[in-house]
Write a protein that binds this ligand. Structure first.
Ligand code: SF4
Length: 73
């Protein structure tokens, strides 16, 4: 899976960090960044993204297809 973060949207809720601290962390500005894209299970990575109240974590599969947020049909 590939992880992208829209740092400008991050509001420092840190729920992603609580779920997958090995993957998501906050920097000095309180904005999310990826510590290690392999620092958690796929489930943790996805649940962390889903926990974000402003959906600033984008998850794609290895082919580049977006998994979360689910693309509009
Ligand atoms: S849950 Fe979203 S808003 Fe909160 S720290 Fe993580 S990326 Fe930022």
């Amino acid at each position: 899976m590939k992880i992208e973060v829209k740092r400008d949207l991050c509001i420092s809720a840190a729920s992603c960090v609580a779920i997958a601290p090995g993957v998501y962390q906050l920097d000095d500005e309180g904005k999310v960044y990826i510590v290690d894209p392999k620092g958690g299970t796929d489930e943790q990575i996805l649940e962390g993204a889903k926990s974000c109240p402003v959906q600033c974590i984008i998850i794609k599969d290895d082919t580049g297809k977006q998994i979360y947020p689910e693309p509009a049909a």
